[in-house]
Design a protein around this ligand. Structure first.
Ligand code: FMN
Length: 466
């Protein structure tokens, strides 16, 4: 019998109060308000490590949500990603109290230069012994652009062009600047590193000029595991070239499959093996010891959900709660002078009242389940086998109940069913944990061409892919 497909299990986090489940930080016993205390991260890391999670995934934005109602007031009131702290800096703390847990961290290619970022990630890969991944984003908030000297967002496809060159620079630093055997640490001869095995990268491109050498020596994975979330044609092309693990959604199984197929085709176009990609969906799981307990929790979470938070997070173009419930969305948008295309997911004849009801559960699509551990495990097996999902990024309704309940109730059930392996005795790098092969990028990945300094001499134009 073929081996059963294994689940990749991540917790979705952010170094903030209200990440995506707005309003729920107010639930009794929720620890979200402790996010700026280091003990929060230590407790969480230990819980996830002991509970059998493969990783924690840290989202990030570098601006405030200040479009809804024309300012950041709603975001501040809701704790909606404001305040928020740097996600990279909590990783060493979590790594110090764990041996196996992986860390996926979000960083944008649009605003900060690649050289310092490459160094920070190498440092983290060393300190965690190869347990870091990078969620590559190009950033979408207008306010973020204004924090870095720009008047407005860089146009969408242009962001991906910059990102492409950013990746080229960091690959040269991570893969090409140092050979594996450069560090000799020969105290007798007084030689730490062999300079013949370290090189400049001399990158000169349209957006960046970087001499190198990379300041960090090769870390266990060299290039961190590359994550990306996307749906646009430019983003899919980018994922096909670079990403190893893709966060992709879909309101339905058909949506998910179509997205995954597009990304696999893009990977093949870039000379990679489509089956090298893994797909992780954001999932909501509300588990109870009984059906009733799960249903009660889910009811409570819905009751406490903040509509204002969701609307501000989605930069909704009009103030829905302030409008008469019987007015249609079409009429409301017309009155505000906003084109209907700004909310493509709501038909113009939907009333404001109906729209508000939809918004409350807008994040719970195909990848949501509430029930007993058996019901939850049945559903997760369906996602794995019927849809072709490789893993889940678990949305937190309550910190730490969501993770603890999953660990205590669902993990043992998934293990019984052969969907989650017991932890290996010795820690592995994140890439080994996720893909089973070695700690380094597979040979077909474009970054590999820089190994040993190869291709560094070739002008960038000659290296353009596709
Ligand atoms: C599960 C998931 C997590 C994401 N996390 C972040 C994030 O932390 N920071 C960010 O700026 N964008 C994040 N995004 C947004 C993506 O980076 C991207 O902007 C979005 O998916 C649209 O991409 P596209 O324009 O290429 O389709 C996330 C998207 C998804 C689906």
């Amino acid at each position: 019998m073929p081996e059963k497909k294994q689940l990749i299990l991540n917790l979705f986090e952010m170094n903030t109060v209200s990440h995506i489940t707005h309003g729920l930080w107010t639930l009794p016993g929720n620890n979200r308000h402790r996010f700026d205390d280091i003990s929060y991260w230590l407790e969480l890391a230990q819980l996830l490590e002991d509970g059998g999670f493969h990783g924690v995934f840290l989202a990030d934005v570098v601006g405030a949500y200040d479009t809804f109602r024309g300012g950041f007031e709603t975001a501040a009131r809701e704790g909606l990603q404001l305040p928020s702290n740097d996600p990279l800096l909590v990783i060493p703390a979590m790594a110090a109290v764990t041996r196996h847990l992986g860390f996926g961290v979000t960083f944008s290619t649009s605003y900060e230069p690649p050289f310092t970022f490459a160094r920070r990630m190498s440092t983290l890969d060393h300190l965690t012994r190869g347990r870091v991944g990078w969620n590559i984003v190009t950033s979408y908030l207008p306010n973020a652009a204004r924090n870095f000297g720009l008047d407005d967002e860089i146009p969408h496809d242009r962001r991906y062009e910059i990102a492409d060159e950013f990746l080229d620079v960091v690959y040269k630093l991570w893969e090409g600047s140092w050979d594996d055997d450069a560090i000799v640490a020969d105290a007798a001869r007084g030689v730490y590193a062999d300079p013949a095995k370290v090189r400049y990268i001399d990158h000169v491109g349209e957006n960046f000029r970087v001499a190198g050498p990379h300041l960090s020596a090769p870390s266990p994975q060299r290039t961190p595991v590359l994550y990306q979330a996307t749906g646009s044609p430019a983003g899919i092309e980018f994922a096909g070239r670079h990403a190893e693990l893709v966060f992709t959604g879909g309101r339905s199984a058909a949506d998910f499959r179509a997205n995954a197929a597009r990304m696999r085709e893009a990977a093949v176009r870039h000379g990679r093996d489509g089956s090298d990609l893994r797909f992780v969906v954001q999932a909501g799981v509300v588990v109870g010891r009984t059906e009733e307990e799960a249903a009660d929790r889910w009811r409570l979470y819905q009751e406490r959900t903040s509509i204002d938070g969701i609307l501000a997070h989605s930069s909704f173009p009009i103030d829905l709660p302030a409008l008469p419930p019987e007015q249609t969305i079409g009429a409301a948008l017309d009155a505000a002078g906003v084109p209907h295309s700004a909310v493509p997911y709501l038909a113009p004849d939907t009333t404001v009242g109906e729209a508000l009801a939809t918004v409350r559960t807008s994040r719970e699509g195909r990848y949501f389940v509430a029930g007993t551990p058996e019901v939850v495990a049945d559903e997760i097996e369906r996602w794995l086998d019927e849809d072709g999902v490789d893993g889940i990024n678990l949305r937190q309704y309550h910190s730490f109940d969501t993770a603890r309940d999953f660990a205590e109730l669902v993990v043992p059930e998934l293990r019984r069913r052969g969907r989650l392996a017991e932890r290996p005795a010795e820690p592995r790098t994140l890439r080994e944990t996720l893909f089973g092969a070695g700690p380094r990028l597979p040979d077909a990945h474009p970054a590999r061409r820089y190994r040993g300094g190869a291709a560094l001499e070739v002008p960038r134009e000659a290296l353009r892919f596709g």
